[in-house]
Design a protein around this ligand. Structure first.
Ligand SMILES: Cc1cc2nc3c(=O)[nH]c(=O)nc-3n(C[C@H](O)[C@H](O)[C@H](O)COP(=O)(O)O)c2cc1C
Length: 190
């Protein structure tokens, strides 16, 4: 557990890397918040797929037909929220997304690493569309979902670290440059 402000940057990114690497890790499932086309805040759980701590980037996979993809295209500001029950640490990560659709180098690289089973999840009907027939459930309808696959890359400019401890709650704000360099950090009241 970090006790010094200068340790928090390293600690938080270690935890995020562990989250991307292991399904039982505290930050494997992340809540991604964004603004929809009506200006309404939306949130959903996503698997944290990759972390680039040098660039302060989080990567998620999704279906490019999904409402979040369309919403993020119009409003690219987003917030990722994670909470680790074991350490009682919350990470709120604010930034701007880049969307990488089929045909981009980023989406191609990510698609190559997916299992056949995961690939099939992109081949069914569009997320949020009405269920018209049970026969489509879990089926690969056109052989490949590659055309629907997309990568959300979230560039973080603010990391809000919060530890809930019985007698010593702590919170720190860390700001990053567009290149992912730590610009400043400070303690704030929780
Ligand atoms: C445990 C869990 C993990 C999920 N992981 C993903 C994911 O990695 N990518 C994704 O697009 N949706 C994932 N979902 C589904 C989303 O939470 C959401 O329901 C779906 O993407 C539609 O979101 P939207 O309507 O905001 O576009 C996951 C759901 C759960 C419960």
């Amino acid at each position: 557990m970090p006790l010094y402000l200068e340790d928090i940057d390293n600690y938080a990114w270690n935890k995020l890397e562990a989250g991307a690497a292991a399904a039982d890790s505290g930050f494997h499932f992340i809540t991604l918040g964004s603004i929809d086309e009506h200006g309404h805040p939306q949130a959903r759980t996503l698997v944290l797929r990759r972390v680039d701590r040098m660039k302060c980037v989080l990567e998620f996979h999704t279906d490019a037909r999904s409402p979040k993809w369309l919403a993020l295209s119009a409003h690219p500001k987003a917030t990722a929220l994670g909470y680790c029950n074991e350490t009682r640490i919350q990470l709120r990560l604010c930034g701007t997304v880049e969307l990488h659709a089929q045909g981009s180098e980023c989406a191609e690289l990510a698609w190559e690493k997916l299992s056949d089973n995961t690939r099939k999840t992109y081949a069914g009907p569009a997320p949020g569309s009405d269920v018209v027939s049970n026969k489509y459930h879990g089926c690969n309808t056109d052989g490949s979902g590659k055309v629907n696959f997309g990568v959300i890359v979230l560039h973080i400019n603010l990391l809000d670290w919060c530890l809930l401890a019985r007698d010593n709650n702590q919170r720190a704000l860390l700001h990053y440059s567009a290149a992912g360099k730590l610009k400043n950090c400070k303690w704030v009241n929780p």
